[in-house]
Design a protein around this ligand. Structure first.
Ligand code: PMV
Length: 343
């Protein structure tokens, strides 16, 4: 949509989704992670956002998702812009019209908060630039983080780290950084085929789930484990060791679900189909010797991770043996490692 008048600002941005190999689950302070996380940025799954802003005396947000007005998101988005407006007051005097859509199906059950919040932060940084406030890349990351923690990782491409850790000196709790050095070429191009087992809205929000970690009986052990898994995974990535990295990502996924099952009201988000996919993936790995591993977000869908080099054998296995276990027997998304969000 082109700008309607000279005073109207307009920008178009695209931000990718990401999937964590070491999970962020539990917060401290102002949306800071309780442990370091490591993720892969996706190529195809992304949010496209168009933002127009007209100078106004009071902040107002009109939000459209897939062309339809989404009043339920408007108050939340206005609250977010207001909170960022404490850092950048210029943001408080606009009337916003935000049009957003995802490249992945609306009901695929893929978390869209990372890509949508990253896209919004990118768009707001462009608006600020137009009024003479230039944000650094890290400032934009911090801004995305305040919307959804994992969103800051979508502002970087490839393999991305968020959360301060002694294992990596450039790491920060405030923003994410791309893992540039020490990644073996084996991990330069990774595929992620997402098995959409169910597209139903999950029964526990990530905000509530993070909250349950505060009182979780296994909290200390989980944070110790996450830190250890993080530094072991860095070693595996450096050595090009798919077995090490793959086994760690599976442990991380299952630990996230163990925390979900044993915290709060006890949330079982995995479905029978998810468990059957896990069983078949492990069997395939044993029989073929190929590096096919899984990770899972806070839901029933299974992300299958494998190197480009294994594609010719893994792809037919997925289509013939696993696809039938997805929603309607045909719900999968073929994705791979991608680059960061851009204007
Ligand atoms: O960014 P949030 O608040 O939606 O939390 C994301 C949490 C997980 O997706 C479960 C794990 C992660 O590190 O992405």
């Amino acid at each position: 949509m082109p700008p309607k008048s000279d005073t109207e600002f307009f920008t178009q941005v695209r931000a990718p989704a990401n999937i964590a190999w070491v999970k962020y689950w539990g917060k401290k302070g102002p949306q800071l992670p309780a442990n370091p996380s490591l993720s892969m940025t996706l190529k195809e799954c992304a949010t496209l956002t168009e933002l127009s802003a007209t100078p106004a005396t009071q902040l107002k947000v009109e939000l459209f998702f897939d062309g339809a007005r989404e009043e339920s998101f408007e108050a939340k988005t206005a609250k977010y812009i207001e909170s960022v407006g404490q850092l950048y007051p210029a943001l408080n005097s606009f009337h916003y019209r935000i049009e957003t859509q995802n490249t992945f199906p609306h009901s695929s059950g893929i978390a869209s908060s990372a890509s949508s919040q990253a896209a919004l932060a990118l768009a707001l940084s462009q608006l600020l630039r137009s009024v003479g406030v230039n944000l650094s890349r890290h400032d934009v990351g911090s801004m995305a983080r305040l919307g959804s923690g994992s969103a800051c990782r979508s502002l970087e491409g490839g393999l991305v780290v968020w959360g301060e850790t002694e294992a990596l000196k450039e790491s920060s709790d405030l923003y994410a950084t791309r893992l540039k050095h020490g990644v073996h070429p084996e991990f330069a191009s990774v595929r992620d085929t997402i098995m959409v087992v169910s597209s139903e809205v999950k029964e526990v929000s990530s905000r509530a789930g993070h909250g349950h970690m505060n009182e979780h009986p296994f909290k200390a052990a989980r944070y110790r484990q996450a830190n250890q898994n993080f530094s072991d995974m860095l070693e595996g990535l450096k050595a090009g060791d798919w077995q090490k990295v793959g086994e760690l990502m599976e442990t991380e996924a299952l630990s996230l679900h163990a925390m979900l099952m044993t915290g709060g009201a006890g949330h079982v988000l995995l479905a029978p189909g998810s468990l059957e996919i896990i069983r078949l993936v492990r069997l395939f790995r044993k029989e073929s010797g190929l590096p096919l591993y899984f990770t899972i977000d806070a839901g029933p869908n299974i992300h299958l991770m494998y190197p480009e080099s294994a594609w010719a054998k893994v792809d037919p296995f997925i289509r013939h043996e696993l696809l039938r276990l997805t929603e309607k027997g045909q719900s999968a998304i073929w994705d791979s490692m991608g680059e960061q969000g851009a204007v």
